[in-house]
Design a protein around this ligand. Structure first.
Ligand code: SF4
Length: 241
């Protein structure tokens, strides 16, 4: 996260002094295109050089070409991006409509840093499996107050979300913690063939798949189940206490 934050900070500072002309913005784009796209986890995924830090404190990840960024003077420069102004303005990732407003609110209010938030928020299948498991344990639907103003439940959710970056059972050929969330089948996650041994919830299979897991032994699989179980028990206790 620190490395990424440094990159975004440098980029934001550097863009602040770019004269707002087409030539200068394109020059900035060329300079910030980064390593060759084929060396990235998803070669078919465009990494936008205009992603930076926005807001008064420059702590929020956002678009440097947006009209509300100081220096842009209300002008929308997104027409100069790879995707073009229309796509940048109108496209919303699948989580926007696939995750319920209750779960989105819980994430917004509970996840404590932008990096973890960014990693987990696009994972609608993983989040659906997570909340389904919580609801099955509670015997009712999750509501916002289960997590908001409930520090223990929020901490447990953060711990779960951080598995995206720290998951110890990620398959060797996995592209890393990132998620190719476009629904065009270009980089689908492989099926997960193991079934949790008896006594463990079958929903863990979905979670393992979405965490890009591979277990080299039955013992590791049980350890993976135990890890999830501890987190779910912790969350259930926090909500019910
Ligand atoms: S909105 Fe468009 S130009 Fe802005 S960061 Fe996203 S992809 Fe880049």
């Amino acid at each position: 996260m620190e490395k990424l934050e440094m990159l975004l900070t440098q980029r934001t500072v550097s863009f602040a002094s770019v004269p707002r002309t087409e030539d200068e913005i394109f020059a900035f784009k060329r300079k910030n295109n980064g390593p060759h796209r084929l060396s990235r986890p998803f070669p078919g995924f465009h990494h936008c050089p205009f992603l930076g830090l926005i807001g008064g404190l420059k702590k929020r990840v956002g678009c440097l070409l947006h009209p509300s960024v100081p220096g842009n003077n209300g002008v929308d420069y997104r027409s100069l991006s790879w995707y073009g102004e229309q796509a940048c303005r109108n496209y919303f990732c699948p989580s926007t409509h696939k995750i319920s407003s209750v779960f989105k609110l819980i994430l917004i209010q509970s996840i404590d840093n932008w990096y973890t938030f960014g990693l987990i928020v696009t994972e609608y299948a993983l989040l659906t499996a997570y909340f389904k498991e919580i609801e099955s344990r509670l015997g009712r639907q999750v509501v916002v107050s289960d997590y908001v103003n409930n520090i223990k439940a929020a901490n447990a959710l953060n711990e779960f979300a951080k598995l995206k970056a720290n998951w110890p059972y990620r398959r060797d050929d996995c592209p890393g913690p990132c998620n190719f969330f476009f629904e065009n089948g270009l980089y689908s996650r492989p099926d997960f063939f193991h079934t949790p041994p008896g006594g463990w919830p079958t929903s863990y299979k979905e979670i393992f798949r979405e965490l890009d897991s591979e277990f080299s032994s039955e013992k590791d699989l049980v350890e993976g189940c135990r890890l999830l179980d501890n987190l779910f028990v912790k969350t259930q206790r926090a909500i019910e206490s």
